[in-house]
Design a protein around this ligand. Structure first.
Ligand code: HXC
Length: 257
């Protein structure tokens, strides 16, 4: 796969997407959007891939949507094109996705990270929704996902002031799953992704579906949904293998079916 604004690589069972517009701090323009979605879709349909990692550079995961590309557009340009709607494809991926964030994750960058299933942060990571400073507001999910992830008070303050949050605060707030030294970020993200990719893929996909369901339905409905998915794992060969491996005191080898 050859792209201009990203690098997409298969590393074992992990699909790695590296945002690669260094001169613009990985600002998200239309080309980068299409390339990320294209690469992610290719990994999604590749039976050899079990987990997808999205990362940026040491300095920036992504410093937001591309301001220069947007600045002269009119309301009808944005509304007519339903600007940013294409990004809805990313959280709809069924395979697990990890954002590995170092440096700036601002505006659309923070929103892209939040579209992934979880965020691993380097200690250099800085998160923010600074759109208000540009006279606009979040448009790729910031006001919605940030509020669900860190709660109303902090999300409201972040979106109204545009201030940045460092990695330690992001971990305390529940925005990121873990903070690791910057030098170890990619290796840690790849090891984490390989661990996930070594599990039963259908089981991992069901976990993702169930956890995501928690955002959408009440507890009783969510618990019922989870239980039915749990029951269905007993139709998998991987359930037989996983439980047999435990009983026989050996590592499980999943066949993903
Ligand atoms: C286009 C960007 C950009 C962006 C940085 N660059 N962010 N270009 N869109 N979002 C470009 C700069 O113009 C500059 O190019 C180069 O990247 C390096 O950036 P500097 O500002 O020189 O770097 P630095 O001084 O280290 O500051 C880093 C920064 C700052 C704090 C991250 O770049 C910044 O504040 N960026 C904008 C952050 C932001 O507002 N993001 C939200 C965007 S709106 P040149 O050519 O000058 O060297 C959004 C959602 C949109 O994401 C919602 C609806 C509109």
């Amino acid at each position: 796969m050859h792209y201009e604004t990203i690098i997409a690589e298969k590393k074992g069972r992990v699909g790695l997407i590296t945002l690669n517009r260094p001169k613009a701090l990985n600002a998200i323009n239309r080309q980068l959007t299409q390339e990320v979605l294209d690469a992610a879709t290719a990994f999604e349909t590749d039976p050899d891939i079990g987990c997808i990692v999205i990362t940026g550079s040491e300095k920036a995961f992504a410093a937001g949507a591309d301001i220069k590309e947007m600045q002269d557009r009119s309301f009808i340009d944005m509304y007519g094109a339903d600007w940013f709607a294409d990004w809805e494809r990313l959280p709809r991926l069924r395979k697990p996705t990890i954002a590995a964030v170092a440096g700036f994750a601002l505006g659309g960058g923070c929103e892209l990270a939040m579209m992934c299933d979880f965020i691993l942060a380097a200690d250099t990571a800085r998160f923010g929704q600074p759109e208000i400073k540009l006279g606009v507001m979040p448009g790729m999910g910031g006001s919605q996902r940030l509020t669900r992830l860190i709660g109303r008070a902090k999300a409201m303050e972040m979106c109204l002031t545009g201030r940045m949050m460092d990695a330690a605060e992001a971990e305390r707030a529940g925005l990121v799953s873990r903070v690791v030294p910057a030098a170890e970020l990619l290796a840690d993200a790849m090891t984490t992704a390989e661990t996930i990719a070594s599990m039963s893929l259908p089981a991992a996909m069901m976990v993702k579906e169930a956890v995501n369901r928690a955002d959408e339905v009440d507890l009783a409905e969510g618990l019922r949904f989870e239980r039915r998915l749990f029951h269905s794992t007993f139709a998998l060969e991987d359930q037989k293998e996983g439980m047999a491996a435990f009983v026989e005191k050996r590592p499980a080898v999943f066949k993903n079916r």
